[in-house]
Design a protein around this ligand. Sequence first.
Ligand code: GTP
Ligand code: MG
Length: 333
Amino acid sequence: MELPQKVKDKHPVFTDISELPGVGPATAEKLKEIGYSTIEALATATISELEAAGIGEKKAAELINLARESIEISWVTAKELASIKSNIGRLTTGSKALDALVGGGLETQSITEFFGEFGSGKSQICHQLAVNVQLPPEKGGLDGSALYIDTENTFRIERIEQMAKHLGLDFDRVSERIIFSEAYNSDHQMLLLDKADKIIKENNVKLIIIDSLTAHFRSEYAGREMLPERQQKLNKHMHKLLRLARAFNAVAVVTNQVMARPDEFFAPTAVSPVGGHIVGHTSHTRLFIRKTAGKNVRIVRLISSPYLPEGEVLIKITTNGVEDVEESDKERR
Ligand code: GTP
Ligand code: MG
């Protein structure tokens, strides 16, 4: 949006890193290397991160401030963005019951974690969300694209086609708006996210998926002595994700396989999400998904949310995607 000259003079608004005063090609390159190629992302940086890339403390603070101011100005001047809060968007899961459980759909600017055992439907939900985000807001979407980080090679374009068709969307168009990357190991996974800000901005990404968040970390950092390092890296990764979700007003979704804890076999806490407290604290909404005797039916339990009560609902995973369970399905369960 074009701002009046008067406002511009008072609060310079920068739309590109290279416009910042004192940022020459060398500094721009340094910033890019550590994952800050856009003003939006830079606004979420910390001074110590920039210092680690060889930028002096004073300059780091200045750059971050300028980036923050630039963004605040655009919030203040855009009428529809009058407050950050009213800016929070909601993304439908495809099930009205599940949407209601999380207060009207998955929220932008925070992380939602789906955890459950193998085959419980975590990846299916990710596929569905990647399609749904493209819907217009009146249909529960965010009119944006999806960034999909697949770590287990389980992304299936055929499933996207089935889900898109079911929603009456053009498959070609839908597949163009899913930006996909496969992460080969945990470092690559972190790197992909660190370098994502430009892609997110250029493609109007409104959903960032990491499926699975923890698989690589779990296999690479096996054993107790490696736990602190693993947790530290996961923590960094999650914070980066959170900052991107905030900077670009996007929904962030991660999946997490659970380890069985046979001692508490039937309790909903009978499984511990991999990553323990670190993942738990940075995911704002945690959903535990489990299989039932009914073929397509799954139970989704809200385990933790900043403001919603715990509860659980049933959903169905069919060829069409994620759907509500009808009364007739419940009887058969
Ligand atoms: P892990 O990644 O192994 O931890 O599992 P996950 O939780 O990601 O499971 P995923 O989402 O891959 O779920 C697989 C299950 O989804 C299958 O066992 C099926 O029950 C269901 N599913 C997948 N594709 C279809 C489909 O085309 N039609 C139907 N009806 N169900 C499907
Ligand atoms: Mg999966």
